[in-house]
Ligand binder design. Structure first.
Ligand SMILES: *Cc1c(COP(=O)(O)O)cnc(C)c1O
Length: 293
């Protein structure tokens, strides 16, 4: 836990990005269950999602450590990326991951539904992991994160702090809220607020465990470049010397700062750094090409 000053305010940053090189951030938490237990039956993991997903890299590292094969399905791998792999895709290939494109003609629905159906045919030697690690197993490691936060809050004698973390599938935010006696805030980086609520509902119908979703007025598309994202990211780096991820964190901080201002929040804030820095390897050149920054 690191205390920083940003825009004349104190924040605590939970540095989960420093957990380990390969399992940085929330993927380490979400996959801790598989890391810390033995599964003699498993020979292979099957996952799916975006070809540059942080979870692709983490699953590849998990598979390598465990002596399992990883097969990862994605929609499409751009030809330029195949020729010149970068980021999570490159790192996963180097770890021996088998990365497959699903033939678009086979997809009568979305990849989620397609994979859920496909998984019905897997035997017990195959561990199926839904997109982004959105599964019940994730609670095991996220609860450890919650316990570390509670211990810190007690040892520092903080009044109930507010916890903030941006969401993809919302798995980390939801299991944090379920295991913490403090308010957890999140925001939808992939899809809209309704999509995030649907993701929460897939893990639990009990809305008592759902984090509060901070809504933004402007629609941001996941993976697209926005000058206000990059300048906030640069400001954070300059003032705190902490490098945040470029996909989720700029929106997380944007929403957090406007929430603080709008509601005149003076509680302590703990921001969860969920890792993702390997992804910056491909995002930074994109920003530089687009804005010449
Ligand atoms: C995977 C990831 C997220 C999203 O996590 P969810 O549990 O799916 O909400 C956020 N930030 C980073 C850096 C990630 O790698």
């Amino acid at each position: 836990m690191q205390s920083v000053r940003f825009n004349n305010r104190n924040f605590y940053i939970k540095r989960d990005d420093l957990l380990s090189q390969e399992f940085s951030g929330n993927k380490a938490r979400k996959f801790a269950y598989f890391l810390n237990n033995d599964f003699p039956e498993i020979e292979k993991i099957v996952g799916y999602g975006s070809v540059q997903a942080n979870s692709l890299y983490s699953l590849a590292a998990l598979a390598k450590l465990k002596g399992w094969q990883l097969t990862f399905y994605c929609h499409h791998i751009p030809a330029w990326l195949k020729q010149q792999p970068t980021g999570n895709y490159k790192a996963a290939l180097a770890l021996g991951a088998d990365i497959l494109e699903v033939d678009a003609t086979q997809l009568d629905s979305n990849l989620d539904d397609y994979m859920t159906k496909l998984a019905l045919s897997f035997d017990s030697s195959v561990q199926f992991v839904p997109e982004g690690g959105r599964c019940l197993y994730a609670e095991y490691g996220v609860k450890q994160l919650a316990d570390e936060i509670i211990e810190f809050v007690k040892s520092e004698k903080l009044n109930a702090p507010i916890i903030m973390l941006p969401a993809g599938t919302g798995t980390t935010a939801l299991y944090l809220q379920k295991n913490l006696p403090y308010q957890v805030l999140s925001c939808a980086c992939v899809g809209d607020d309704k999509y995030l609520a649907q993701q929460f509902a897939m893990l639990t119908e009990n809305q008592k465990f759902w984090p509060q979703i901070l809504s933004q007025t402007k629609k941001y598309h996941f993976g697209k470049l926005y000058p206000e994202f990059f300048s906030l990211w640069q400001n954070l780096l300059a003032q705190t010397q902490v490098e945040f991820d470029l996909l989720y964190d700029p929106l997380g901080w944007l929403n957090l700062l406007s929430y603080i201002e709008k509601n005149q929040i003076d509680s302590e804030i703990i921001y969860i750094h969920q890792g993702g820095l390997l992804g910056n390897e491909s995002m930074k050149p994109r920003y530089e090409r687009k804005y010449g920054l």
